[in-house]
Structure formats: structure tokens, C-alpha cells
Ligand binder design. Structure first.
Ligand SMILES: Cc1cc2nc3c(=O)[nH]c(=O)nc-3n(C[C@H](O)[C@H](O)[C@H](O)COP(=O)(O)O)c2cc1C
Length: 234
């Protein structure tokens, strides 16, 4: 992935909403003087169709995957963002089945992506992003996640949250947490391997204050954050 030849701020002015601008969350990446007006933050972002072919084999992706904790400031493209979300929870069957298996096909997971301009919720049915929360949640998320640098440095942080009750309806309060956590692992691994296949780096982060993350991301009461996955160009 090469850096854009024109400044990202200029691209932004002409390309929104067809492109996400994913400048790093780090404080030194403030928009410069080129940014003469505040761009409108799209409420909904239609994602490009996921690609079903890639250049890396599954075996190569497995062998290459490593947790990456340092990123360049190069933003993710809309295509990359789309592909990562699809890998985590995208639809792969007209009946609603998804890339990751789910106990009883009850799909307890919700995926968000934290960008400098806002927190977006992924809608697998429409393969689109809906604005969930405006503004840069990254600094507060960083604080809620033990000030782990990848959260601030990555151009995008993917969040896997879960609604335990969806699975408990069928499997009961005792068994269902196990299933939900297994599913979060499936979704996260899909996303991590997709990141490798796109020449991106990522790290799964489980160390954070649940209540703080929930508050920072304004998650609905019945959703619990399970994983934060910063993704960017190594
Ligand atoms: C459940 C879980 C939680 C993790 N939490 C963190 C974390 O909070 N911060 C971090 O930097 N890495 C975290 N990791 C990544 C591990 O540190 C990493 O996978 C391990 O060191 C092995 O390295 P590898 O991923 O490159 O194979 C977590 C991994 C898992 C599976």
C-alpha cells in the first residue's frame, strides 16, 4: 500500500463520503491549514462489495500472522475497511449465515470501528456502516485500555462486542457465555487473518476496563465489549 500522492486532507475534501479518512488518533496528526471547512460526517457509509479472491493463501496468512503494535499514519481505504468487517461478521449466505460460525446461528456479536471522526456500527445485512457516535473516541478509549499505544497509533480500532442474551435464549445463562466468547475468537481471528492478507498489521487487545470502554463507546446497555483490534499499515 503506497501513501497517497496528495495530502490526505485534500483528498478528504473531494472524496467524502466515498472514502473514509482514517488519520491516526495521535494528537500530532491534526488537520493542517488545508482543511478550510469541517467536512460533514456521513451518517451511513455504503461499503464496497467484499473481494472473494486474494493474493495470499490461507496457509501463508496463518504462517505470517503476528501481533503488530506499531503503525504508520497511512489511513485504511474504504475497501480495506469493508474487507475487514466482512471477514469478521459479513454475510456469506442468503439465509443470513456469516463468515464466522455462531452457536444456533443466533449471532450475538456486534462490530464497531472507531475512527477519528466517529464510532461506526457495522450492519452485516446491509454491509454498511452507520454512525453510532460522533467525535474522536480514541483518546478516551486509549485511557480505558490501559494506555496501550496501538489504540492511539492505529488509523482504525475495530471493536467486537456481544449481546449475551441472544445466545442465552437458547443455551441458558450458564452455557451461553462460553459460546459467545468462542464466537468472538472466531470473528477476531477472521479479521486478523484478513488483515494479514491485506498487508495490514493488527493486534487483538483484551486488557481494558469493560465499564470504561462501554461508556466511551456509548454501547447499548445489553452489549459488552470483548475485543479491541487496532489495525493499520505496519
Ligand atoms: C485473549 C487475548 C488478549 C490479548 N490482549 C492483549 C492486550 O491487551 N495487549 C496486547 O498488546 N496484546 C494482547 N494480546 C496479544 C498477545 O499478546 C499475542 O497474541 C501473543 O503475545 C502472541 O503473539 P502473536 O499474536 O504475535 O502470535 C492478546 C491476545 C489474546 C488471545
Amino acid at each position: 500500500m503506497h501513501k497517497p500522492a496528495v495530502p490526505i486532507e485534500l483528498l478528504l475534501l473531494v472524496a467524502l463520503p466515498s472514502m473514509l479518512w482514517l488519520a491516526s488518533c495521535t494528537p500530532d496528526s491534526q488537520p493542517d491549514a488545508l482543511m478550510t471547512s469541517t467536512p460533514v460526517i456521513p451518517q451511513t457509509i455504503a461499503l464496497p462489495e467484499p473481494r472473494l479472491e486474494g493474493t495470499l493463501t490461507l496457509e501463508e496468512a496463518l504462517a505470517k500472522r503476528r501481533s503488530v503494535r506499531e503503525f504508520s499514519s497511512t489511513p485504511l481505504t474504504l475497501e480495506e475497511t469493508s474487507q475487514l468487517l466482512w471477514a469478521a461478521q459479513g454475510l456469506t449466505h442468503p439465509a443470513g449465515y456469516r463468515t464466522a460460525p455462531s452457536a444456533g446461528a443466533l449471532y450475538p456479536l456486534e462490530v464497531y470501528v472507531v475512527l477519528p471522526e466517529g464510532v461506526y456500527h457495522y450492519d452485516p445485512d446491509g454491509h454498511r456502516l452507520d454512525l453510532h457516535l460522533s467525535g474522536d473516541a480514541c483518546p478516551a478509549l486509549y485511557a480505558a485500555a490501559l494506555r496501550q499505544d496501538p489504540i492511539m497509533d492505529a488509523p482504525a480500532v475495530f471493536v467486537i462486542a456481544a449481546v449475551y442474551e441472544r445466545t442465552a435464549v437458547k443455551y441458558g445463562k450458564e452455557r451461553s457465555p462460553r459460546y459467545v466468547h468462542l464466537e468472538a475468537g472466531h470473528a477476531a481471528q477472521n479479521l486478523l487473518l484478513q488483515a494479514v492478507a491485506l498487508d495490514l498489521g493488527a493486534v487483538p487487545i483484551g486488557a481494558f476496563y469493560d465499564d470504561e470502554v462501554k461508556k466511551v463507546l456509548a454501547l447499548p446497555q445489553d452489549q459488552q465489549p470483548l475485543y479491541l483490534i487496532p489495525v493499520g499499515h505496519p
